[in-house]
Design a protein around this ligand. Sequence first.
Ligand code: GLU
Length: 486
Amino acid sequence: MSVRVRFAPSPTGFLHVGGLRTALYNYLFAKHHKGRFVLRIEDTDRTRLVENAVENLIGSLHWAGIDYDEGPGKGGDYGPYIQSERLDIYKEYSEMLHEKGAAYYAFDTAEEIEEMRKREPSEQFTKYDRTSMKNELTLGEEETRKLIESGSSYVLRLKVPGNTIVVFDDLIRGKVEVNTAEIDDQVLMKSDGYPTYHLANVVDDHLMKITQVIRGEEWLPSTPKHILLYEAFGWDKPKFAHLPLLLNPDKTKLSKRQGSVAVEDFAKEGYFNDAFVNFIALLGWNPSSDREIYSIEELIDSFDIEKVNKGGAVFDRAKLEWMNFQYLKQKPSSELVELLFPILESKAMTGFAKDYLENVINLFRERIKFIKELPETAGYMFHSPGDYEKDYLDKHWRENTIEILKPLLEKYRQENDFSHTNLYELTKTYIEGLGMKMKEIIHPIRLMITGKSAGAGMFETMEVLGKQECIKRIEEFIKLKESKMI
Ligand code: GLU
C-alpha cells in the first residue's frame, strides 16, 4: 500500500515550531517512502477561528520549503481538504455510527453538565455519567425523537464500551494500552452541527486513505478514542506515531514566555529557511551521532520514524543561532545578496552593484549573525563614515599624523593595484622607511575610512571599497581635521 500521510493543523493564527516539526517529519516520511503528503485544515472548532490563519500557515510551510502534494489550493482526489467544507460527510458518518449503536444523542445543557461534575468531583476529570443524564439511553427512543423534532439542542456521544483494554502499537512508543474505564463518552457531533476533532479526524484519515498518523505527543490521549471509532466503523486503522514534546532548556513544555514559538517570527528575525529546517529536523532525531548539518535530501534519505526519540526534545535557541551561523558561513554570496537587496532598499541605500555587495558580504559574513545586520554593522561600506569614534580618534591621532599621511595618500593615488596584499606591502614599506611601526598608521587609516575602532581587516576593507572611495574618504577626513571640524 502506498504511503499517505498528512499534516492536520487547526488554524489558530500562526504555525507553531512544534507544528512545523510535525509537518516536516510527515514530509520527510512521505518523501522517503515515495508517498504522498496531504495538508488538511482542521477548522471545526468555530470558537477558535482566526482570520487569515490558513494563508499564514501555508505561507510558513512554503517558507520552510515543505510542499504538500494534496491540500487547499492544490486539490487532489480526496478533497475538500478543509474540514468546514466537509460537514455533510461528518453528518452522514455520525448517523452511521448512531445506527450501529456506537453513539447516542444527549440533551444536557452546559449547566447540567456542570452540576454533574460538581456531584462527582474528581482529581482528573469526571466522565459523562450516561446512566443519570439526559440522553437517548435514559430517555428512550420515542422521547429522543420527540426532543429532536421539537428542535431541542443535542450532541452525539461515543458509547465507550465498558472495561475493555484498547491496545495499539505506536511506531515510536511501542505498545500502548488504555482501559476504557479511563475514556469519556466523547462528544462527536456538537450542537452547532459541527463535528468535534475526534470524529472529523478519524473520518478524514479513513476517507483520505492515510496510512500513518504522525503527530505530536499531546494527541496520544486521544488515540484510544480514535481506535474505538475505527472499530465502531469497522475500518482498518492507520499506524500511529506520536512525536516527543518540545521543551524549554529547563525541561518545561516549550512556551512563548521563553522566546518566540511562531515560525513566522524566526523568518522575520532573519533565520535562513534551510538552517531553520535543519535545526527543526533534529528535534527528536538525528541520522548520525557525529553530525548536525544536513541538506533536505540527506534528511529525506535517512529519515526513519522508528528512530525518533520518545523523550522530550529541547528547543535550544543557542544551537539554532549556531546552526544559522554555519549556513551563513557556507552560503554562496550570490544567494545572500538577494536577501540583502530588499534590506538595503528599505533603508534607501540603493545603487550598489551586485559584485560590490557580494564582496561586502564576504568581508563581513563571519562578523554578523544575520544579513539584516549589514546596514548597521557595515554601515561605512554603504556611505562615508559621517562621524568618527571620539575615543579612538583621541587615542591614535598625533600632532604629526597628517604630515605622515600626506605622502602615503599620494602613493595610494598613484597606485593602481588596490589589492589588500599590495596595499599592505606599500603601506608597510612606507611606514617602516620612516622608522615607525604599522600600528601607528593602521589605526588612523581605519578611523578615516570607517570611523570605527573595529571592523574587518583594514586592507581587505580598502580593497572592497576601492581606490576612488578610499582616497575620497582620506581627503574628506584631512579636510575636516585641518579645518578643525573634528
Ligand atoms: N488538528 C489537530 C492539531 O491541531 C491535529 C492532530 C492530529 O494530527 O491528529 O494538531
